[in-house]
Design a binder for this molecule. Structure first.
Ligand SMILES: Nc1ncnc2c1ncn2[C@@H]1O[C@H](COP(=O)(O)OP(=O)(O)OP(=O)(O)O)[C@@H](O)[C@H]1O
Length: 287
């Protein structure tokens, strides 16, 4: 199997294995995700995609493997850190199910995301909160960053709305903005297009491409919507039963017989779901 090598590595996953009792959810997975690239992790249900995210973000401690974030010319070994340290190292994530503070305003959601930076500026004292000039500056910067992201996601006019009352597509974009307010170098998105209509899905694609191009960070994407994956990914890693079965560009992956088999099953006459067929090119000779 050929392996994709980005020009500027941001995350190196080596021999990642996660066992739950007798079940091996992720089995000896290695790949490299690049800076300024969108790397998609795809695969059928239960392939192990979310488990990879959970290992990367400290929800699970991997049974085996090394997860290296390359930042400022220095390796950071994520498998040794807890979730808090991983977030500080620059990894942010969103979840399959939206997890906004629904009773808080849109703007407040973006400011709360920056609480660690704010508390640092207060030097963790109430005196700091009340008086230190450094804290006031940090507070101003937090509001500025929140306003910047509100504008990027087109929600400035709804800054005072309760997050829970926003339309679904806006909530999805707000989650991404909230993750960006933590100033990550690696943004992990778990099915960001789930439940979106075609217009919202196109807006999401634009937002993710603009984050890649303008913020210069790396994006790791789990997504079932193949139109999103094939349109915006620079690099795709395909899992099946916890193992990597393909690792390449969208063009390489859509023609890969092992990928087509994983989606199609072994039965030749089994129907490929329409959207998958369209995006995988309809079969080994398609494209
Ligand atoms: N905490 C856990 N305890 C036991 N088994 C788990 C746990 N988390 C995941 N699994 C199992 O690991 C396997 C991989 O699950 P995972 O959620 O990572 O797959 P996925 O590719 O993200 O699936 P989907 O596309 O349906 O979200 C599944 O068999 C799942 O049941």
């Amino acid at each position: 199997m050929s392996e994709y090598r980005p020009s500027e590595p941001l995350l190196t996953v080596e021999h990642l294995t996660m066992r739950f009792g007798g079940l091996v959810a992720v089995n000896d997975l290695s790949f490299v995700a690049g800076k300024r690239e969108i790397t998609a992790i795809i695969g059928p249900n239960g392939a192990g995609k979310t488990t990879v995210f959970n290992c990367l973000t400290g929800f699970y401690r991997p049974s085996v493997g090394r997860l290296t974030l390359h930042r400022d010319g220095r390796p950071r070994y994520l498998e040794r850190m807890d979730g808090h340290k991983i977030a500080q190292a620059g990894v942010a994530r969103t979840f399959q199910n939206i997890r906004l503070f629904s009773g808080m305003s849109v703007l407040e959601n973006l400011i709360v995301a920056q609480h660690v930076r704010l508390m640092k500026a207060s030097r963790w004292t109430v005196g700091g909160l009340l008086g230190l000039p450094g804290y006031r500056r940090a507070e101003r910067e937090a509001v500025e960053l929140a306003r910047f992201w509100l504008d990027r996601i087109g929600l400035t006019a709804r800054a005072d709305w309760n997050a829970g009352s926003l339309p679904y597509g806006d909530q999805r974009r707000l989650e991404i903005a909230r993750a960006m307010c933590t100033r990550p170098v690696l943004l992990c998105l778990d099915e960001p297009a789930a439940g979106l209509n075609p217009k919202e899905s196109a807006e999401l694609n634009e937002l993710l491409l603009s984050i890649r191009d303008q913020e210069g960070i790396g994006i790791l994407l789990i997504e079932h919507d193949m139109s999103v994956v094939m349109e915006i990914s620079d690099h795709i890693v395909v899992l099946d039963y916890g193992r990597k079965i393909a690792d390449g560009t969208p063009d390489e992956v859509r023609r890969d017989p092992a990928v087509i088999r994983a989606y199609l099953g072994e039965e030749e006459d089994e129907a490929l779901p329409e959207e998958v067929a369209a995006d995988l090119g309809g079969g080994p000779a398609g494209g």
